[in-house]
Design a protein. Structure first.
Length: 166
């Protein structure tokens, strides 16, 4: 069900992919630590039923395909009267990274600046092009392929688009 999510680049731009990962994290944690959480909830007593036990711990999801990451906040645990446990996760907006380079959350790259490893910047440029951003290298419009990229600077001032420095 989640096998088509292979990069934080796509997660950063997709509400549906964020929701799918939230669901996967919830299912994983519920299946693997529900017993421990239920025991803890029982020890705390009925006073905590239907109230969230706040945790606030960041969980970094790493995508082995390109090494990019996106973070989700483990918000807490809710125990209901039947003893069922619900775990809550939320995406941490603007947490997407590709080798330390911040990933943009939308197709609007105005005022976006990035520098870092060439391969991470290459992936960012590919996602920009897929989002319809005009990218130039020198005076040439970049349409894909391998070049050595050291920096990406975007502007919303004429001419609109992004410039990659070689």
């Amino acid at each position: 069900m989640y096998s088509d999510i292979n990069s934080a680049h796509t997660v950063a731009k997709s509400v549906q992919q964020k929701a799918a990962i939230q669901q996967a994290l919830t299912e994983y944690f519920t299946g693997n630590i529900a017993g421990v959480l239920t025991s803890a909830a029982v020890k705390l007593g009925t006073g905590i039923v239907n109230q969230i036990l706040t945790v606030n711990m960041a969980v970094n999801v790493r995508f082995p395909n390109d090494g990019s990451t996106y973070s989700f906040m483990f918000k807490g645990v809710i125990a209901n009267l039947n003893g069922d446990i619900t775990i809550s996760f939320e995406p941490i907006i603007n947490s997407g990274r590709d080798k330390g380079v911040r990933l943009n959350e939308s197709g609007n790259y105005a005022d976006y600046r990035a520098s870092g490893p060439n391969d991470a910047l290459q992936r960012i440029l590919q996602h920009m092009i897929a989002s319809g951003v005009k990218v130039t290298i020198g005076d040439t419009i970049y349409r894909g392929g391998n070049v050595t990229v050291t920096r990406v600077i975007c502007s919303n001032e004429p001419p609109k688009g992004c410039v990659a420095a070689e």
